[in-house]
Design a binder for this molecule. Structure first.
Ligand code: SF4
Length: 440
C-alpha cells in the first residue's frame, strides 16, 4: 500500500480541496500519512496570496526530499496554476498540475512513477470551467464546505481570478447532499466556503440560483448545529441574507466582510464594487438586527496612490465603525495585475508602518468587542488543542474562549457565561466545571 501525505498552504478553500483529494486517494487504497512518516507521494497544495509563495514552496519540497529522497512530489493549487514553469524548475518536483487538472490527479499521474523530467499538466485558466465539490473533515469540530469557486470581478490587486478562473458554483441540491453526509459525522459546525460566495449560483456560465436560496436550504439540514458564512463581499451581502441570518437558529451571528480601503478614491482605483457608505450601511444593518454579531474586516494598506490622508481616512473610518477585528494585508505587487503597473507606489517602510497601526487598531477593536460580551451566556464549541493545560473554542459570535483542558469537552457545544479577558487575549468562562449539560 503506497503512502501519501498532504501539505496545504492558504485558505479554507484549499483545505477543503486537499481533504477531498485525500479521500479520493484513500478510496483507491492509498494510506494517508503525516508529512514526516516517509510517504511515497507528497502532494503540496499551494497558494498565490501567501507572501513568498515561491520560497515556501521550495522549502516544503526540500523538506519532502529530505524525508524521502525517492518520494514523488506533486504541486497543485493557485501558485501551480500561475507559475507552472517556475515550479517545474524546483529540484525534486515531479509533477505540476493546474486548476483544471488537480482533481484528476490520480488518473493523470497513474502509478506515480518518478519521471525523467518534471511533468507539467497545467492548461490555461479558461479551461477551469467545471465545479469540483469539496469539503474538509480534517478535524472533527468544523468542516469547510466549498459551495462556489472562481471570481468574475477584476479587483486591481488580485490574482485569484487568474489562478481559479471564472465564477462557478455547485448546485443547491448537491450541496444539500454533501451537508447531509457531513451531518452524519461528528462535525458540529459547517463553514460555507468559496472565492466570492455572494456570487453563488452560476452554473455553466449562467446564473441559476441565488445565495439566499442556498442559505435557506442548508438551514433546514438537521443535525448541523452551526453554519458560518466564511467571507462575503459587502455589495453582495443583501438585507435578505442579513435578515435571514438574524432569525436563523443555525446561522451564527458572524460576518467577515472585505473592505480593503475606507477611502473612496482608493476603492475606485482598486475596482471594488462599492463605496465606503455602502459598507457602513451593511455594518449598521447587521448591528441593528444582531447587536452581538461579530464583524471581521479585510483591509489592504499601501495600495498604489494611497497618501497619508487616504490611509487616515481608512483608519478613522474603521475606528468609528462598530466592527470586531481586522485582517490587515500589506499590499505587495503581484505579476499580471493592473495594480502592479500603477504609478505612485507607496514606499515599503510606509506600508509597514500603516499595517502596524491597523494591527494595533484591530487588537483594540477585538478587546472592545470581547469586553461587550462579558457576562453574557454563549455557546462554545471546544476544539482539540491543548496549550499549557488549556483548551480553546469559539462562541457562535466568534469570541475565542479558553478553559482548563478536559478531553470530555472536545467537540462539544457548551452553554457558558463569559467571565473575563485573559492576558493572552482569550476569554475565560465562569466556573469551567467539567460537568456540563450535554447539547442535543
Ligand atoms: S472579489 Fe476581488 S479580491 Fe475577491 S477574489 Fe474576486 S477579484 Fe479577488
Amino acid at each position: 500500500m503506497k503512502k501519501v501525505a498532504f501539505y496545504t498552504l492558504g485558505c479554507k478553500l484549499n483545505f477543503s480541496e486537499t481533504s477531498t483529494i485525500a479521500r479520493g486517494f484513500e478510496e483507491k487504497g492509498y494510506q494517508k500519512v503525516g508529512f514526516s512518516e516517509t510517504p511515497d507521494i507528497f502532494i503540496i497544495n499551494t497558494c498565490s496570496v501567501t507572501e513568498n509563495a515561491d520560497k515556501k514552496c521550495k522549502k516544503i519540497v526540500k523538506e519532502a526530499q529530505k524525508i524521502n529522497p525517492n518520494g514523488y512530489v506533486t504541486i497543485i493549487g493557485c501558485y501551480a496554476q500561475l507559475k507552472p514553469k517556475e515550479i517545474s524548475e524546483i529540484p525534486g518536483v515531479d509533477a505540476v498540475l493546474g486548476a483544471a487538472e488537480k482533481f484528476r490527479l490520480l488518473e493523470l499521474l497513474d502509478g506515480f512513477v518518478k519521471p525523467e523530467s518534471t511533468q507539467v499538466l497545467a492548461s490555461e485558466i479558461k479551461e477551469a470551467k467545471s465545479f469540483n465539490n469539496a469539503y474538509s473533515i480534517n478535524d472533527r469540530t468544523r468542516t469547510f464546505l466549498k459551495v462556489q469557486d472562481g471570481c468574475n470581478y477584476h479587483c486591481a490587486f488580485c490574482t485569484i481570478p487568474l489562478a481559479r478562473g471564472k465564477s462557478r458554483s455547485d448546485t443547491i441540491e448537491n450541496i444539500i447532499n454533501s451537508a447531509e453526509e457531513i451531518s452524519k459525522t461528528d462535525v458540529k459546525e459547517v463553514v460555507l466556503t468559496g472565492v466570492n460566495i455572494g456570487d453563488f449560483g452560476i452554473v455553466d456560465g449562467k446564473r441559476e440560483e441565488r445565495f439566499i436560496d442556498l442559505v435557506k436550504a442548508i438551514d433546514k439540514v438537521k443535525r448541523i448545529d452551526r453554519i458560518r458564512i466564511s467571507s462575503i463581499e459587502p455589495n453582495l451581502l443583501t438585507n435578505e441574507v442579513i435578515e435571514y441570518v438574524s432569525e436563523s437558529e443555525r446561522f451564527v451571528p458572524h460576518f467577515h466582510i472585505p473592505l480593503q480601503s475606507g477611502n473612496n478614491k482608493i476603492l475606485r482605483a482598486m475596482r471594488r464594487r462599492y463605496l465606503r457608505e455602502l459598507y457602513e450601511d451593511r455594518v449598521n444593518k447587521i448591528k441593528q438586527l444582531m447587536p452581538n454579531c461579530c464583524i471581521g474586516v479585510d483591509v489592504i494598506v499601501g495600495f498604489p496612490g494611497e497618501t497619508q490622508d487616504d490611509f487616515l481616512d481608512t483608519y478613522n473610518f474603521l475606528n468609528e465603525l462598530n466592527i470586531s477585528y481586522l485582517h490587515v494585508f500589506t499590499y505587495s505587487e503581484r505579476a499580471n495585475t493592473t495594480a502592479a503597473e500603477m504609478d505612485n507606489a507607496v514606499p515599503l517602510k510606509t506600508r509597514q508602518e500603516r499595517s502596524k497601526m491597523l494591527r494595533i487598531l484591530s487588537e483594540k477593536k477585538r478587546r472592545q468587542f470581547y469586553a461587550s460580551q462579558l457576562g453574557k451566556t454563549k455557546t462554545v464549541l471546544f476544539e482539540d488543542d491543548v496549550d499549557n493545560g488549556m483548551m480553546h473554542g469559539f462562541t457562535e459570535n466568534y469570541v475565542r474562549v479558553s478553559a482548563k483542558y478536559d478531553p470530555m469537552l472536545v467537540n462539544e457545544l457548551k452553554t457558558l457565561t463569559l467571565a473575563d479577558i485573559n492576558e493572552n487575549g482569550t476569554v475565560s468562562v465562569e466556573e469551567p466545571s467539567p460537568v456540563f449539560e450535554t447539547h442535543e
